[in-house]
Structure formats: structure tokens, C-alpha cells
Design a protein around this ligand. Structure first.
Ligand code: SF4
Length: 326
């Protein structure tokens, strides 16, 4: 470890002052403390924001749902409004991390978490995300768990959040507050593909706080669910995952949203899959035809070509489940 100062913010303004000084915000601490222990991150100051009033989960006037950034993962997963209207969110949360971590970790921290690429966490390895310009050990190393979509020469790391995949499928919005006031970013634009600057991971400005994520109103009836495929059934990150959201009326799919995890450098929407679904009647053939489009543009690395077929099967299986075919 190394020396750092700790401040507990009692209100938003004092938190933002800490952020402007260059302090790192901390709430549940389930990611940042690990990274500090491993000396991947070494902030001079931690600004504890856990006392700020951002923990509510509440319906919005237009029929959507606003989830405060400081709400705990376990509380959101158990919330009746979430379970009733957006089971894809509850399932993604319940399949994340461990019970102990879900009791501590917050929604804001979850969407801000950093990659689980082992080379990122090994300070003796080259890593453009940790040390820009140093190289990418994963490209020539063991890259079985890495991304096949959205990669660049500089970085091939996956985004680790399950919740983020569900929120991408639900067209959520991220609300932020910073020294210049409030702003909102569409969830699908919040996480940045690595390009030549993999160290820049979110559309967030210096000193800004994530205050909430908001799910807009969706047409009813809405069926949704999340499937996660991993090497073991608990406390493991996704090899592939699929969040599926379907609005079916009079036997026809009126709207469809599908997103994948474990395969992209960011939570990955699959518009080609969605286009094949909308306007059609659910059938086993439709699920298979649509899922075949899930891997468009995929570029496997030496050890992860298996993700191509696994992703197709993951999407097809979850389309069947959410579409009512068990
Ligand atoms: Fe670093 Fe990205 Fe390469 Fe992993 S994949 S070593 S995070 S640059």
C-alpha cells in the first residue's frame, strides 16, 4: 500500500470539491480497494460518498424507474419494482459477484468497475489501459477470456459488468453531476471502446459523480431475462451472456432489444439480431436465424474463437426462454 488521505463527504457540494481536488470517489469499495492493494491504482485522496442521498429506487412520472447510484446491488435485485417490471436487471445482479459483494457494492460502482483482464491487474505486465503506450500483454498472452467485439490494436479487454449489459438492452440513461452542473448520457454511449486510448473507459469528466441510472418507460407487456455462461456457477465473470427484452403483442414481436456480455470491450448491443426479430412471429426458426447475426463483426484472438459459437448459442437460448419457449 501507499499513503493516501480519506475524506467523508457529508453533502454533494463537499464531495464535488473533493473530486475537483483530484480525489477518487469511493462508496462500496469493492473494486477500488482491491486495485489500490495491487498498486494498479494509487490515488492521493479518497472521497467517501456513501452518505450522499443517492440510494433510492423510485418510479419516474413517465412510467420508468430511477435507480440511485448508491443503491446496493442486493437491494436493487430484491426491489419489487425491479423484479416486477425488469427481471433482466434482477437476474443480472443476482448472477454477479458473490452475496457478500452484492451487499456492499453499489450500482454506480458496478457500472464504473474496471476490467478483469489479469494483465491489467499485474503491474509487472505491459498494459495500455494501466500504463498508456506500454503495450498489451494479452494480445500475445493467454486471451481465452478476452473480447471478440469492439477490440483495437491497443486493448482487447472485456467489460466485466452483468448489470451494464441489462441496462444497455433497456436503453437506460446515466445521470451525472459535476462542477458544471448535471448532465445525462445514454447508457450505450457511456462506456467507450478502447480505440487508441483504452485508459479512457467512460464518458465521464473530471470530478463528475454518477448520481443515478434511469430506465425509460417500455411498452407492455414486456418480457425480459438474462443468461450468463461461465466456467463455474458462482462468483465468476461471464464467458458470454445475453440480455433479452421483448415486447410481443397479438403474436408479433413489436420491439426487441438484445445485448451481450463477456464478448465486447463495452456492453454490446446486437442491432442485427434485433432487426431480424421485429415484425415477426416467435418461432424456433426465428430464434435461430436471429441469433446467427449475433457474431457479425467478431474478431477472435488465439484462444477465444470458441466464443463465436458460444455467443450464438447463448443468444438463441435466451431468446427461446424470454420468448416463452422453455
Ligand atoms: Fe491491458 Fe487491455 Fe491489453 Fe488487458 S487487453 S493487457 S487491459 S491493454
Amino acid at each position: 500500500m501507499f499513503p493516501f488521505s480519506y475524506t467523508r463527504a457529508s453533502d454533494v457540494e463537499s464531495a464535488l470539491r473533493g473530486g475537483q481536488r483530484g480525489g477518487r470517489y469511493i462508496a462500496g469499495g469493492t473494486t477500488l480497494v482491491d486495485l489500490m492493494r495491487e498498486t494498479v491504482e494509487h490515488p492521493d485522496e479518497l472521497v467517501d460518498i456513501s452518505a450522499l442521498p443517492f440510494a433510492d429506487v423510485a418510479p419516474t412520472p413517465d412510467g420508468g424507474l430511477r435507480i440511485g447510484a448508491l443503491a446496493r446491488m442486493a437491494d436493487v435485485a430484491a426491489h419489487p419494482a425491479v423484479r416486477d417490471a425488469y427481471p433482466v436487471v434482477a437476474e443480472a445482479l443476482e448472477l454477479s459477484a458473490s452475496a457478500q459483494l452484492r451487499n456492499m457494492a453499489t450500482i454506480g460502482g458496478n457500472i464504473m468497475q474496471r476490467t478483469r483482464c489479469p494483465y491489467f491487474r499485474d503491474v509487472s505486465a505491459t498494459c495500455n489501459k494501466r500504463l498508456p503506450g506500454s503495450g498489451c500483454a494479452a494480445r500475445e498472452g493467454v486471451n481465452r477470456g478476452h473480447a471478440i467485439l469492439g477490440t483495437s490494436e491497443a486493448c482487447v479487454a472485456t467489460h466485466p459488468s452483468d448489470l451494464a449489459v441489462a441496462l444497455a438492452a433497456l436503453d437506460a440513461t446515466v445521470h451525472l453531476r459535476g462542477p458544471d452542473g448535471e448532465r445525462s448520457v445514454p447508457f450505450t454511449a457511456f462506456h467507450l471502446q478502447p480505440g487508441t486510448t483504452p485508459d479512457r473507459e467512460q464518458d465521464i469528466r473530471p470530478g463528475e459523480l454518477v448520481t443515478a441510472v434511469e430506465i425509460p418507460a417500455h411498452p407492455r407487456p414486456l418480457a425480459s431475462g438474462y443468461l450468463k455462461v461461465r466456467d463455474r456457477q458462482s462468483y465468476e465473470f461471464a464467458l458470454t451472456s445475453a440480455a433479452v427484452v421483448l415486447h410481443v403483442q397479438a403474436g408479433v414481436i413489436r420491439s426487441a432489444a438484445v445485448a451481450a456480455g463477456g464478448v465486447g470491450t463495452v456492453p454490446w448491443r446486437l442491432p442485427a439480431v434485433e432487426r431480424r426479430l421485429v415484425g415477426n412471429r416467435p418461432s424456433p426458426q426465428l430464434w435461430a436465424d436471429a441469433a446467427a447475426a449475433a457474431t457479425e463483426g467478431a474478431r477472435p484472438l488465439e484462444h477465444n474463437a470458441f466464443k463465436i459459437e458460444l455467443l450464438r448459442r447463448t443468444v438463441e437460448r435466451q431468446l427461446r426462454v424470454v420468448g416463452g419457449e422453455r
